[in-house]
Design a binder for this molecule. Structure first.
Ligand code: NBP
Length: 484
């Protein structure tokens, strides 16, 4: 009898093809299907030739070729196609079978789909998969969430194909109920936006303030990659800066300065606004892409508005050293904010997130992989109830010792008219975070003055609200209080 497949996959595009090749290379038999059915045969006779794949030409055939409980993974375009496949699969599956979505789905969709699929007697997993094409083939970071009862059935496959850290621990573990996996993947992408923006600001300063060539910057990134900034994004930046076009000049300088985005950064910021979390660095990173996209308007403005021109008079090497500290400190703030968002989401959606485990899942295989994540893992291992990364002894010390350099970089950038929104917003957050008293007392007075929104007093117990007739001709009726 022909062997049944361990898992089925729908969606033979970049991610699907590479992920099933990865599964097969680890000893699993995979049944494959694609909406455009020709791609199934093309794959079976192409990259999949001679390997343990079963090509299916319909969903019925796919389902019939699977071991029970059946596991069907979709790697298709996020959105409606996922709902369509779920609808088509439900009548073909039996209680206990598992539908898995490995695409970049928005977490509220995954919450909804988990409930819906479970109501049909099936189990559901929404898993983040990070690492792009190469990661899918050689070992991605995977962040699964959904129906907890499904995890034991897919654990072996997922952990076998995922990236591993030095000691062999897989960069994949159960994240939590319903949309938790896709939420964590979304925050990963938001952090990716932030890491990239911080690096871009350093490049901008070295180029336009210090007047360094791309080759000189390549050397700086090379050195940084050997230290505490060691990470995939620093590594690829090092290589991008050394990459020459056909004429021998750096290719990066010929690329139009207009950034694209697919929306996961925006989702992260939307979630932060919904949950009331100050995710300032990632927010600035998304807006920086938006500003870059206004290329024509910027070209026009550059001809009409004059301002400070960069004029650096200090010690260049000292400034490059300061930059390394500024990147490091900004990055710590970004991760502290990202973790703050996950902690708030865990409360809101009743997820029991393992924060150290998340750092470990991001430690290898994905775009934000770095040595730094090992320190985050240690921080949560030492104190699983850590309220904020900035309160961990290691990170507290790290930010404090980077502080002077970070301030010098931000001040110099502002004085020289070079925008560094991620680094400066991170510094402002840091100063706000460590302030016992912020000027929100005045803000509360203003709100009460014009809208009778009431305030609490520092000389009275918390929870008692007051309204003042500030002008002498206002009424004594207060507006209802509300939380933003
Ligand atoms: P795409 O996101 O380009 O999706 C291609 C697949 O979706 C093909 O199988 C295609 O079938 C199918 N599809 C489309 Br398009 N529209 C469909 C529809 N209306 N109904 C049914 N099927 C439809 O592929 P990808 O880049 O491999 O990404 C797959 C998922 O993984 C996405 O959610 C993506 O966001 C996520 N992801 C991608 C990366 C990456 O680096 N590319 C990284 C991490 C996660 P067809 O062949 O018939 O057109």
């Amino acid at each position: 009898m022909k062997k049944l497949a361990d898992i089925g996959l729908i969606g033979l595009a970049v991610m699907g093809e590479n992920l099933v090749l990865n599964m097969e290379s680890k000893g699993f038999t995979v049944a494959v299907f694609n909406r455009t059915v020709d791609k199934v045969d093309a794959f079976i006779n192409g990259r999949g030739k001679g390997k343990n794949f079963i090509g299916a030409h319909s969903l019925q055939e796919l389902v019939a070729s699977l071991e029970r409980p059946r596991k069907v993974m979709m790697l298709v375009k996020a959105g409606q196609p996922v709902d369509n496949f779920i609808e088509q699969l439900i009548p073909l599956l039996e209680p206990g079978d598992i539908i898995i979505d490995g695409g970049n789905s928005h977490f509220p969709d995954t919450i909804r789909r988990t409930k819906y699929v479970e109501s049909k007697g099936l189990l559901y997993i929404g898993t983040g998969v990070s690492g792009g094409e190469e990661g899918a083939l050689k070992g991605p970071s995977m962040m699964p969430g959904g129906s907890p009862a499904a995890w034991p059935y897919v654990k072996d496959i997922f952990q076998s194909i995922s990236a591993k850290v030095e000691d062999g621990t897989p960069c994949c573990d159960w994240v939590g109920e319903d949309g938790a996996g896709h939420f964590v993947k979304m925050v990963h992408n938001g952090i990716e936006y932030g890491d990239m923006q911080i690096i871009n600001e350093a490049y901008h300063l070295m180029k336009d303030l210090l007047g360094m060539t791309d080759d000189e910057q390549h050397e700086v990134f090379k050195k940084w990659n050997e230290g505490k900034l060691n990470s995939y994004l620093i590594e690829i930046t090092r290589d991008i800066l050394a990459f020459k076009d056909e004429d021998g000049n750096p290719l990066v300088e010929k690329i139009l300065d207009k950034a694209g985005q697919k929306g996961t950064g925006k989702w992260t910021v939307d979630a932060a606004l919904d949950l009331g979390i100050p995710l300032t660095l990632i927010g600035e990173s998304v807006f920086s892409r938006c500003l870059s996209a206004q290329k024509d308007l910027r070209v026009k403005a550059s001809k009409e508005i004059s301002g400070t021109k960069p004029n650096f008079k200090g010690d260049k090497q000292q400034f490059v050293d300061d930059l390394e500290q500024a990147i490091y400190a900004s990055k710590i703030i970004s991760y502290a904010q990202g973790y703050d968002l996950m902690m708030q989401a865990a409360k809101e959606y009743h997820w029991n997130l393992n924060y150290g485990g998340i750092a470990l899942m991001w430690r290898g295989g994905c775009i934000i992989r770095s040595v730094f994540l090992g320190d985050i893992k240690k921080a949560f291992d030492q104190n699983p109830n850590l309220e904020n990364l900035l309160l961990d002894p290691f990170f507290k010390q790290a930010v404090q010792s980077a502080q002077e350099s970070w301030r010098r970089v931000c001040a110099t950038a502002l004085q020289n008219g070079i925008p560094v929104p991620a680094m400066t917003s991170a510094l402002c957050y840091f100063d706000g975070f460590r302030s016992e008293r912020l000027p929100a007392n005045l803000l509360q007075a203003q709100r009460d003055y014009f809208g009778a929104h009431q305030y609490e007093r520092i000389d009275r117990p918390r929870g008692e609200f007051f309204h003042t007739d500030w002008t002498g001709h206002g009424g004594s009726t207060a507006s209802s209080t509300y939380q933003v």
